[in-house]
Structure formats: C-alpha cells, structure tokens
Design a protein around this ligand. Structure first.
Ligand code: NAP
Length: 327
C-alpha cells in the first residue's frame, strides 16, 4: 500500500516532486486556521508521516493518527512536541540540526551589531527626516569588538556565535552549558562560567539554549538583576526561556542597556507589546534561520529524514532514539 504523507508546510517544487515519487501527499498549508485544522484532522487517519513546523501536535491530534510512524519537524527546536508521548506511541521524531546553525548565528550577530550600534533606531531617525545635524553623544552606541561575549548554551549555534565573536571581533568569550567543553575552550580561548558569573561579567549575554522544562524561565528578575547597566541581552533561542515581564522591567529601568530579540513568549509579538515602545529594543520576527538557502536546506533535510523513516531506515536526525526500538 502507498505511504501517505501529510505536509503542513509548503515545499519547493523539486522537494515536492521527490516526496510524491515515494508517497501520496496531502498539503495543508494553513493548519493554524479553523478550516486548515479541520482538513488536518480529516487527513490524520491515513497519515504514515507528517512534515512541518511550529504546530502543536497534541494528544487529541495524535489519537487521530493510528498509522503514524514519523513526524519530521522542519526545525532544530523540538519544544513543540511531547517527546515522551511520541516515544510511547512508537512515533519517530526528527529535526533539522546543523543546516541552520551558521545562519542562526548570523542572526545573533546581526542583533548584537544592531543593538550595540543602535542601527535600527538611528536608521529610523534618518528615514524620518530627523537627521538635521551631526550626531553627538546622545546618539552614540557602544563598541562590539573587544567586548566580552557571554554565551548561554554552548551547542552548535552557541559555538558558531563564539566563532564570529572570537575570530571576527576579538571578543573574549565566556560560556555556560551543562558541562565544560574543552574543545570549544581550546578553539575560541573560551572560559566556562556559572550562569550567575557569566551574567555579571559579560557585556553581551546571548541565549542559545533549547526550550526545555529545565530552561523555561531560566532568565528572570533575579538574573536581570545580576547584569550591569552596560549589558546587552540577545535572545535567539526561544521566548519562554525568558520571563518577558522581568525583561521589560530591566529595559525600562536601565538595569540593562538594550535587547536584541528574535523570539518571544507569544508569537507573533502583539503590536501593543511594551517592548515595541522601547528604543533600546531591536525585535525581529523569529527569523533566525530565515534565508532562502537555509530554509530550503532545512526542508531537504526534513524530507530526507521522513523518507528514511518511511523506508524503515533509521533517520539521520532522530530526536527520540528509544522510539526506534519501539517500532
Ligand atoms: P544544541 O546544539 O543542542 O545546543 C544547545 C546547548 O544548550 C547545548 O550545548 C546544551 O548544553 C545547552 N543547554 C541545554 N540546557 C541547558 C541548561 N539548562 N543550562 C545551560 N545550558 C544548557 O542546539 P542548537 O542547534 O545550538 O540550537 C539551540 C536552540 O536554538 C534550539 O533548540 C532552538 O530552540 C533555538 N533556535 C532558534 C532559531 C531562531 O529562529 N531564532 C533557529 C534555530 C534554533 P550541553 O551540551 O552541556 O548539554
């Protein structure tokens, strides 16, 4: 019997063709609307595989999919999924690490540069016709080169941010992770710190941890209180790693200098968010991996993982290896 795949993300024509050569494909490109959700629910009973991103696949949805063997996520973050539940059901979960690492680190650096040099604020001033005389100290920013870069979560993306900071900008690198990483220390002359020490010492605090039960709310009022008025805070991880109210308070009261934020507690960010009233905030629309090249590479990787799983092979990027035993 033909395999049946339900897509809840549009693929490029070549990838769609490749998938269709191996399976019957149903595309639902609006799964977050009521109509799209209804069509998804209709398609789930036939589904052997699912491929998409940023949809909460909860138990009632999974209950509708008794044939499901694999969920191929077009993302590296897997905080949208109940991994234990998928594993119990013997459903493989795959993600797309590596291919987005460099692009996401570029986004991190774009935010570092934009916040420190006040790029958005000053460019808006020029665009609004308010550049009427040479700028003075009230519009000056702060240096990036030579400042201390603190990375919370020294994984793939954290390392790529460290590489840019160390080699490109001569920045001393501090990091915090579950455990010290001797190879990273050797490569970037990086030093391990406790989270509290890093928050106190770093000029730039950059979050690159996954969202897990352990990291939810990791940075709250107590942590912002440890930072300095010069600290610039960058979040390219997930919004819920940070207590957003505490961050807003820290920004409004000058406890920290600025924030560059690609991710938020609730996305899309509401237009009336107090964050958007603050000149010292650069907010971007969860665009960490959003380049043509990288999004295509992620989709290709997700298709590879899906097809491997449907063919009974172990997919390269398997998130829940124990489900492999269960299949
Ligand atoms: P990764 O290679 O797994 O790295 C994550 C690192 O975080 C690991 O080194 C891990 O440390 C560390 N970590 C985990 N829990 C921690 C904790 N409680 N305290 C301190 N460190 C902790 O993942 P990645 O590929 O770099 O991606 C990281 C995250 O970035 C993803 O999960 C995703 O949420 C986010 N992301 C966002 C975008 C975007 O568009 N903004 C794009 C891509 C990814 P150990 O190695 O010591 O365990």
């Amino acid at each position: 019997m033909n395999k049946h795949v339900v897509l809840y993300k549009k693929l490029s024509a070549p990838l769609m063709e490749r998938l269709q050569a191996h399976a019957e494909v149903t595309l639902i490109d609006d799964p977050k609307t009521q109509e799209g959700l209804a069509r998804l629910r209709d398609a789930l009973p036939q589904a052997d595989g699912l491929l998409g991103a940023s949809l909460k696949l909860d138990a009632p949805l999974l209950d509708l999919a008794p044939r499901l063997k694999v969920v191929s996520s077009v993302s590296v973050g897997v905080d949208n999924y109940d991994i234990d539940d998928l594993t119990r059901r013997g459903i493989l979960l795959t993600n797309t690490p590596d291919v987005l690492t460099e692009t996401t680190a570029d986004t991190g650096f774009a935010l570092i540069m934009a916040t420190a040099r006040r790029v958005v604020e000053l460019a808006t001033m020029v665009r609004n016709g308010q550049w009427t005389q040479n700028i003075g100290p009230t519009h000056f920013g702060s240096d990036v080169h030579g400042k201390t870069l603190g990375i919370v979560g020294m994984g793939r993306i954290g390392e790529a941010v460290a590489q840019r900071g160390h080699f490109g900008f001569g920045m001393p690198v501090l990091y915090h992770s579950h455990s010290p990483k001797p190879a990273v220390e050797a490569r970037f002359n990086a030093q391990y710190r406790s989270l509290d020490a890093l928050l106190q010492e770093a000029d730039f605090v950059c979050l690159t941890v996954p969202l897990t039960a352990e990291t939810e709310g990791l940075i709250g009022a107590e942590q912002f209180a440890r930072m300095r008025p010069e600290t610039i805070f960058i979040n390219i991880a997930r919004g819920k790693v940070v207590d957003e109210q505490a961050m807003i308070h820290a920004l409004q009261t000058g406890q920290i200098r600025a924030a560059g934020l690609d991710v938020f507690e609730r996305e899309p960010l509401q237009a009336d968010s107090p964050l958007l009233q603050l000149d010292n905030v650069v907010a971007t629309p969860h665009m960490g991996s959003a380049t043509h090249e990288t999004r295509e590479a992620m989709a290709r990787c997700a298709v590879d993982n899906l097809l491997a799983a449907l063919a009974g092979e172990r997919p390269k990027d398997l998130v829940n290896p124990s489900a492999w035993k269960n299949t």
